[in-house]
Design a protein around this ligand. Structure first.
Ligand SMILES: *Cc1c(COP(=O)(O)O)cnc(C)c1O
Length: 418
């Protein structure tokens, strides 16, 4: 009987696999355990495929939750050195200070809030607001806004797990100011919570109360606007703003209309890293920042740096350079030219979406490449995986979400498949 090779020598033979040493050893072990050491390279490939890695988004969904939502183009640091930052130190006094001060105040300044803090995601933002302001008390919310956001995040369950009692008002389709007034009189509610219907639309016989009218009830109003559109006017999209943005509440306008706090995601329409933001009245934001849960929900250096760079783009009137807005602004003609230049498959008109559970039903005209048959699995197996979608019996790759510098790679890899 031939003895199998040692784990060491097999791992050594995988040196060109692109895996770090320990994972080469793991691949070698697996292949030996399966009596399949002749195929060790296949086990290495399996491990490689499971790692977090860059992919090409050919779906046309700009904010694709499964592909990491808003794409980032990390700016290269001018200094190629150990990457420390003044995360929690005041450079003037040398004393420790808050990690939220720098990025939080940039953000607050841009949207006209007295103060803002950043947490790990939009869900943490709502959770922290409720825990810090309404623990053991009640919160008034319209029955039309008891929504599920996605990933099983259901507003009624979030309230319950934050130790808050729900006071539902109105009906599924209609809630009037009178409903809120009655509830405000009959309960000692800590907050009124308004939740934007990010991922669905109600049409027909519907009525809801705008945030501007809720301020009159003498109870602080928290508006979960969801997507993090910083400014409804969206000046970075040019004028007039695109029709698909018309129903999306902006952080700046919601505060100006009377919300005491707004909460939103950093990686939906804001176009930054995964984060959640709580912004508004200073003492209410500070109560959140002082709450013990904040310590568990605060983001680290990498997120704050990326958020800082994203906000710089807005403050510098360069928001149209953020990948999210750049993709949203692309002209169909430009995409068509690229599809023709790639020259494989059939150039095809397509419909793209903003996505990320925002702007339901709103699609953008787009253009891409159609390929006969189902090639989606093969495309995902490429060296740089390409995520495409099916349309009828064709595989389609929407170029709106593909960086132009990847067009060449697309051509070569499609040629290799067909
Ligand atoms: C997306 C969304 C959330 C959750 O934000 P995450 O950043 O995904 O945690 C909360 N509320 C609304 C209205 C949303 O659209």
């Amino acid at each position: 009987m031939v003895r199998p090779p040692s784990v060491d020598s097999l791992a050594h033979s995988l040196e060109t696999s692109g895996l770090p040493h320990q994972l080469r050893v793991e691949a070698a072990r697996r292949s030996i355990a399966n009596n399949d050491h002749g195929n060790a390279a296949r086990y290495a490939k399996e491990i490689l495929d499971d790692l977090l890695q860059p992919v090409i988004n050919g779906t046309g969904v700009i904010i694709h939750t499964n592909l990491g939502r808003s794409p980032l183009r990390p700016e290269r640091s001018q200094r190629d050195a150990y990457r420390y930052s003044n995360l929690e130190i005041d450079l003037k006094s040398g004393k420790r200070d808050s990690r939220n001060k720098r990025v939080g105040s940039l953000l607050a300044g841009y949207i006209g809030a007295q103060s803002a803090i950043i947490v790990n995601n939009g869900a943490s933002a709502i959770f922290l607001v409720l825990a810090a302001h309404a623990l053991g008390r009640s919160v008034i919310i319209s029955r039309g806004e008891l929504v599920e956001i996605g990933g099983g995040f259901r507003i009624p369950e979030v309230l319950a797990s934050a130790g808050v009692q729900l006071v539902e008002v109105g009906t599924t389709n209609k809630t009037r100011l009178k409903d809120y007034e009655t509830a405000a009189k009959n309960s000692e509610a800590a907050l009124i919570l308004k939740v934007h219907s990010s991922n669905y639309r109600m049409t027909g016989f519907v009525e809801s109360v705008p945030v501007s009218q809720l301020g009159s009830l003498g109870i602080p109003v928290v508006f979960d606007i969801g997507s993090g559109l910083l400014d409804e006017a969206a000046p970075w999209m040019g004028w007039p703003k695109p029709s698909w943005l018309k129903d999306e509440p902006g952080a700046r306008q919601s505060l100006a209309a009377g919300a005491d706090l707004v909460t939103f995601s950093g990686d939906k329409l804001l176009g930054g890293p995964q984060a959640g933001i709580i912004a508004g009245r200073r003492e209410m934001v500070e109560t959140c920042a002082r709450h013990p849960l904040y310590r568990a929900l605060r983001p680290g250096n990498l997120v704050l740096e990326a958020m800082g760079a994203t906000l710089f783009a807005y403050l510098d009137n360069r928001a149209d350079e953020l990948p999210l807005w750049r993709m949203a602004k692309l002209k169909v003609d430009e995409l068509k030219t690229r599809a023709e230049r790639i020259g494989v498959g059939r150039p095809a008109p397509l419909r793209a979406a903003i996505g990320g559970g925002s702007l339901p039903g709103q699609e953008l005209d787009s253009f891409g490449i159609a390929l006969k048959g189902d090639l989606t699995a093969k495309l995902r197996q490429l060296e740089i995986p390409v995520v495409a979608r099916m349309e009828g019996s064709d595989t389609v790759i929407d170029l709106r979400t593909v960086d132009p510098s990847d067009d060449d790679y697309l051509r070569r890899s499609i040629q290799s498949l067909t």
